[in-house]
Design a protein around this ligand. Structure first.
Ligand code: BG6
Length: 453
């Protein structure tokens, strides 16, 4: 039985659609060939049908069987549209076939304008709207966007996309914690000293100045991806994996989350890369990258420390950090356990247990004190490590599947989006006022020297 879907991608000529969304669709078609997808690409750029088809072929290539690619190619079309023009959007909505999905792969300002234009139109019943993070660019615009969206379709037809929720390792944090006796009972401030959630990227700007220079590392990564990882890491046990059960508890955990000492200046750091070499390629100063406006003072490395005001987590610092053009692609969650209260006299001091959960590649490492080879009274650290199974679907394949099935579990509820902004907004304000210095680091290095990493 085939499942027809019409997927209209707004922003189809952009980097996200080409690099992530369409390859993700390819992986989905490979594992779920029953989806019969009519793909409509829409953007303001003039593209001929052949140019569009060549792009689709390239993006799907290698992700699924040739026959699936040809099925998409046979029906796909490209429409050059002014995406914020109600007349153009009305024509598009009218032309969409079965089970339509409008996917906004657009920067926040344009998504907002498109949604506002849609409010003036008759929305086909059952239309699903998906839109990419960041949802707004601060708390006020996130609220405004939620109000506009609420006037368009019911919340269960809205899919706010954060592809980190499509990563198997991220949603499986719940499985790791709640199905392993050894972890859940240790998951609190009695046993855990601190937690770091890090996504350091080797990639620099990659020609994305138009979006990134208006966002920066805090809005691009920490405000959504890393705070969601934090919520899944720290939340209480959900009754089930039903979207409401999980998303209620994500929202609750974020409501308990605040800047470490309530002070945005001492809870955050920011920096920007200077010219250097990353993976053998030379990278210019961030401010000299094409399309960057130095007056925006955009950071490419951001760090914020938060606390969670619950009995379970009081006193544990959670440090969230992400940056671009770094030498080492460190990423994942590092959980540092407290030392044991007492080491029997005679042993050399025991290093703390450290649990690392890697997100890319997905793996787990657990550092344990074990006996040293040469001396039975000495302790060494041994690391137990395993790679984690990853879904054959790329995160965007998982996400498209959840949209097509109409299950919003892997997407961000409106109140969750607002909480994320509520947490980081004081930091963004302090940065805007220049209260936190902009440090510098060499592209390809480990970050600013004075951060003592
Ligand atoms: C995107 C950001 O949301 O996530 C990019 O806009 C970033 O700047 C990317 O590179 C990182 O995703 P991943 O899956 O490679 O960790």
């Amino acid at each position: 039985m085939t499942v027809p879907v019409t997927l209209a991608v707004l922003g189809a000529s952009g980097d996200l659609a080409h690099r992530l969304l369409l390859p993700g669709l390819g992986t989905l078609l490979s594992t779920n060939p029953e989806y019969d997808v009519t793909l409509v690409g829409c953007a303001t750029d003039p593209l001929s049908h052949d140019e569009w088809v060549a792009r689709v072929r390239e993006a799907l290539g290698g992700q699924c069987h040739k026959s699936s690619i040809e099925r998409v190619i046979a029906t796909t079309r490209y429409e050059q549209l002014d995406l914020t023009n109600p007349v153009a959007l009305r024509g598009l909505l009218k032309s969409l076939g079965d089970s339509p999905v409008l996917y906004l792969a657009l920067p926040p300002r344009v998504s907002m304008a498109v949604c506002k234009a849609l409010t003036t139109l008759e929305i086909p019943p059952g239309l699903r709207i998906a839109l990419e993070k960041p949802f707004g660019s601060d708390l006020a615009t996130a609220r405004e966007l939620n109000e506009v969206l609420a006037g368009l379709v019911p919340e269960n037809q809205l899919f706010r996309i954060d592809h980190y929720l499509g990563k198997s390792v991220v949603i499986n944090l719940l499985g790791l914690r709640f199905t392993n006796r050894i972890f859940e009972h240790a998951w609190n401030n009695q046993n855990i000293e601190r937690v770091d959630i890090t996504v350091d990227e080797v990639l620099a700007l990659e020609g994305r100045a138009r979006y990134y220079d208006g966002a920066g590392a805090m809005r691009d990564m920490i405000q959504s991806h890393l705070l969601l990882v934090l919520a899944l890491f720290a939340m209480e046990e959900p009754p089930s994996l039903n979207e409401r059960d999980v998303r209620d508890l994500i929202a609750l955990m974020l409501r308990h989350t605040h800047l470490w000492d309530g002070n945005p200046v001492t809870s955050s750091r920011r920096a920007r890369y200077a010219a250097g070499t990353v993976a053998g390629e030379s990278v210019p100063n961030y401010v000299d990258e094409p399309g960057v406006d130095p007056d925006r003072n955009t950071e490419t490395l951001a760090e914020v420390t938060v606390r969670i005001n619950t009995d379970r987590w009081a006193g544990v610092p959670f440090r969230l950090r992400s940056g671009k053009a770094l030498g080492d692609a460190r990423n994942g969650i590092t959980v540092v356990f407290r030392p044991v209260d007492h080491v029997p006299e005679g042993f050399t001091s025991a290093p703390p247990n450290v649990l690392s959960i890697g997100m890319k590649p997905a793996n787990i490492r657990l550092g344990l004190s074990t006996n040293a080879e040469s001396n039975r009274f000495e302790l060494n650290q041994s690391v137990l490590s395993t790679d984690l199974a990853e879904s054959p679907l790329k995160p965007y394949g998982e996400i498209l599947d959840s949209i097509f099935r109409g299950d919003p579990l892997l997407t961000v509820r409106g109140d969750v989006a607002e909480e994320c902004w509520r947490i980081v907004e004081p930091v963004l304000d302090a940065w805007h006022q220049g209260l936190v210095p902009m440090d510098e680091y060499r592209a390809g290095g480990a970050g600013p020297a004075r951060w003592n990493l």
